[in-house]
Design a protein around this ligand. Sequence first.
Ligand code: TIU
Length: 221
Amino acid sequence: MTVSRIEAAPFAWEFDPSRTALVCIDMQRDFVEPGGFGETLGNNVALLGAIVPTVHALLEWCRARGMLVVHTREAHRADLSDCPPAKRLRGNPRLRIGDAGPMGRILIDGEAGAAFVPGLAPVAGEIEIVKPGKGAFYATALGDILRLKGITHLLFAGVTTEVCVQTTMREANDRGYECLLVEDATESYFPEFKRATIEMIRAQGAIVGWTAPFAALCAAA
Ligand code: TIU
């Protein structure tokens, strides 16, 4: 077993790359590009595109170490049978899930908007999880896959920090995984929510997990 050590907050994070997976959350056009789900909710999507190069560098860093890589997408079936009315009908968005937008039907699997942003799609051997909720463990095979692969530690990246990333990290923490969020490989439509999420994750002696910038991974012993 090879153990690496990352200088993280609130203290160093030790992991064995052969038992560690990267979970890259929802780096899809519906959240990052104009005309998708994120924008229909009233958000300015410009902030999110800025992390794409760092997420790409993180993917390559994990691939170079032979780590398992998991990519999630939030998307629903075309008939909306896996979309709770409470999710579709809440609020007053310009377009609802399933409505036709400039990138196809909003948040529907198979439509252009539900695809990964250019450059961040899975490569051969990587796992793709399509999820109907904010948490990637809910109603998916993620937990079974990680268990079968012998994974104990998880790195997190993706969008948005306080919604799908935090929800999934909390699900993972309750399942016993040691979790680290890569601070500059995640983003929110609300910078203050990103800051608060990073702080609450690592507070109380890593109550949810650890955080570190990508540079700290690159400097890992
Ligand atoms: N709205 C928002 O911030 N996020 C989501 O709806 N999904 C994810 O975070 N992926």
